[in-house]
Design a protein around this ligand. Sequence first.
Ligand code: AMP
Ligand code: GLY
Length: 426
Amino acid sequence: MNILLLGSGGREHALAWKMTQSPACTKLFIAPGNAGTAQHGTNVNIGVSDFAAIRDFCLDNEITMVVPGSEEPLVNGIYDYFKQDETLRHIPVIGPSTEGAKLEGSKAFAKEFMLRHNIPTAAYREFSADNFEEGVAYLRQHSQPIVLKADGLAAGKGVVITSDHEEAVKEFEEMIKSAKFGDAGRKVVIEQFLTGIECSVFVLTDGKNYQLLPVAKDYKRIGEGDTGLNTGGMGAVSPVPFANQPFMAQVEEQIIRPTVEGLAAENIIYQGFIFFGLISVDGAPHVIEYNCRMGDPETEVVMPRLQNDLLELFAAVPGQQLDKLQVYEDPRAATTVMLVSGGYPEAYEKGMEITGIPEPAKDQLVFHAGTKADGDKVLTNGGRVLAITSLASDLQVALAHSKQTAERISFGGKYYRRDIGYEFVS
Ligand code: AMP
Ligand code: GLY
């Protein structure tokens, strides 16, 4: 297979690393990629949503499969773009149709879908300019904390949780009247606050069947003890001790199956990853959000624990043959610790030279996120820079190993959380 992978983060490096282990991988191209993906294939300078350039590239290079890493091209409609083009139609795109990608692209769509299919999630109301005053009155009497979600993609910033009624009203007004998160954000979901512990569940579906991948938990806040600003993700662990067999049986029965069957019943084409952002409320799983792609940094622990040939799984998707395969998980624990640029998630500098990156080993991998090659050097090129993944007999040993390597790698302004997985280690 000649594959085109879209994206440039740690998730894409992990996917590139995994796909090139398959004997079915003839050539791998990554658009636009980073210094890490370049170790596994050829980076090409095309944006993930430049569909016309992607089309020409696929035809010129006899691409036989497209794997979008991030949500952006999926929400922008890459699946439908390929299906509607005579010359591209035969190339599978691992992802949902434009309608299916709304599970991530529109909070209101996702909530309505869950309501229709009786999938456990926080109770909610939806407001727009049409019922703005009603929304303000609703907010003023709402119990605290209040959760507001702008409808569209908002680069991870569209969720506001506050215990201050006036702040909630101000945010609501900015979302609807000043389009703080763009036009899509003019619709706002206000939902019940759920208390519990979160985890990330991933499936690959062919639209009829699905295969469950290793479960992970990510750490979104910049500061230790889950404090400070939200980030793209500071680390992850897999497996997740509380996501045990009874919990996962409920997840499959109440959440995964109704989602896959609900999509099929509504004729929404979906042939790719579904990421269920879950919260366990006293052991009962609820959906916090859907994403239409793998998580980052979760992919950096999920792929190392997946023992299957990933391309064999992907190849079974277009013909709806996933039920013929079985997923095998490495029994070892995996952890990843993200090294970030000083100042992230606010302003930070780029172009710092990185030294001390170890060679990949059986039990340790360094995935590049925001990096760029400059001759023989590797420079920082983003907020999240490197994900240090370790595999070991348990989370504690793996975390110690990730942290040891985090210490040895150097670049100006380096920061990382030392407490990834803190709930699960003594
Ligand atoms: P989202 O962008 O939907 O993933 O939301 C970002 C984060 O906000 C989630 O990972 C949760 O930690 C938190 N969150 C979102 N919705 C709720 C809710 N209803 N109750 C409690 N926390 C929530
Ligand atoms: N780690 C969460 C995400 O990828 O959205």
